[in-house]
Design a protein around this ligand. Structure first.
Ligand code: SAH
Ligand code: SF4
Length: 354
């Protein structure tokens, strides 16, 4: 049996076209859109504005459930909630909700696994299975939005920094952002999204021309090619020179600040010299650096930098006038790092001890 289309894969035009095929009046599309993205309804039976026959037909022809939570765990401080989800084909992905003061940030995945294979990353260690559809990306956001809605609360930020490389699943990622951004639906402001890329140069160039207010983050982790290529194999294809040039062009075109991400790995990329090299690379750029002590993973021996090393690294960047934030390793006790829970589940399933 062929799979029914996932309703969340439709943008509003596609939904309208589908409903037209079902010989429905045009206004039904708006009603359903509101039900999905404003009321956050989960199944067609709940759409009280629709006639019973249409609800039944929707249930018959479309899938409303593309993401099933299989495990949800909370960090001991209660501020981080991570869920492992099963997709319709049985593939597993994860998403994380982080609450901090007024912020409610969800971190979502764009692929099952990742082909880039960064050595320190649990998702990269897992290899690539497939891209997510736009609906599967959207459903991760809606899952947490519904959870918060039950407490009269709402999401404030969406970071596309979970499993996978969003710029290798470019169209589905931007389609998801656009749908969630729609003022007639979820109405989540473009500036509240951040897309993190490992540095796929042609896609950064394309993204620069999109004229979107979405924030861009670039995972750097090293400021010299030898080291970066060891950590991030794609650096051989898109070396630092090209990457930084693309970032400068992006800033020139959009006038938007880029966030550079740097996982501090003890004795690998955390010396004051590393910081000085980074400062030189970023000189004059409209940017911000986020440093985060590495989340250790099973297949990589690197360890997080100690407090003094972190402070010295940040101080060096400060001297060069580069704004820097230290991100705490939130949810470490629940393996909230990218891909870590799915890897764990896989090893439980296969009985391996990786
Ligand atoms: N593929 C994209 C987005 C997903 S990874 C990218 O690479 O940017 C999101 C961020 O988590 C990246 O900055 C990545 O380098 C970082 N990351 C991955 N594994 C990590 C780990 N074990 N510890 C700390 N940061 C990690
Ligand atoms: Fe892929 Fe990003 Fe992980 Fe690298 S860090 S393997 S690009 S998900």
């Amino acid at each position: 049996m062929t799979q029914r289309p996932l309703i969340y894969d439709f943008d509003q035009q596609e939904l309208s076209a589908f409903l037209k095929e079902m010989e429905q009046p045009a206004y039904r599309s708006g009603q359903i859109w509101q039900g999905l993205y404003q009321q956050l309804l989960v199944d067609p039976g709940q759409f009280s504005t629709l006639p019973g026959q249409l609800r039944e037909n929707l249930a018959l022809h479309l899938d409303f459930n593309g993401l099933t939570p299989v495990r949800t765990i909370k960090s001991t401080d209660g501020e981080t909630i991570k869920s492992l989800f099963k997709l319709r084909d049985g593939a597993m992905i994860e998403a994380v909700l982080m609450t901090y003061k007024e912020r409610r940030t969800v971190c979502i995945s764009t692929q099952v696994g990742c082909a880039v294979g960064c050595v320190f990353c649990a998702t990269g260690q897992m290899k690539f299975t497939r891209h997510l559809t736009s609906g599967e990306i959207i459903l991760q956001v809606l899952y947490y939005a519904r959870m918060l809605q039950a407490y009269g609360d709402a999401l404030t930020n969406v970071v596309i920094m979970g499993m996978g490389e969003p710029f290798y699943n470019y169209d589905a990622t931007l389609k998801a952002v656009d749908i969630l951004n729609d003022p007639k639906g979820f109405n989540f402001g473009a500036r509240r999204f951040t897309i993190s890329t490992v540095g796929i140069v042609p896609m950064i160039e394309q993204f620069a021309h999109e004229n979107r207010q979405v924030n861009l983050a670039v995972s750097l982790h090293a400021a010299e090619d030898d080291l970066r290529s060891k950590l991030i194999p794609i650096n051989r294809k898109y070396p630092l020179f090209q990457l930084i040039q693309a970032c400068r062009e992006y800033i020139g075109l959009t006038h938007r600040r880029i966030t550079f991400e740097w996982a501090l790995i003890d004795g690998v990329n955390d010396s004051p010299q590393d910081a000085a090299r980074l400062a030189a690379l970023l000189r004059g750029m409209l940017c911000h650096v986020n440093v985060i002590p590495l989340n250790p993973t099973h297949k990589y021996p690197g360890q997080p930098s100690q407090r003094e090393r972190v402070d010295a690294f940040v101080a060096e960047l400060g001297k060069a006038g580069i704004p820097t934030t230290v991100r705490t390793r939130r949810g470490v006790d629940i393996h909230a790092g990218c891909g870590q829970l799915a890897t764990q589940e896989k090893s439980i399933n296969t009985g391996s001890d990786q």
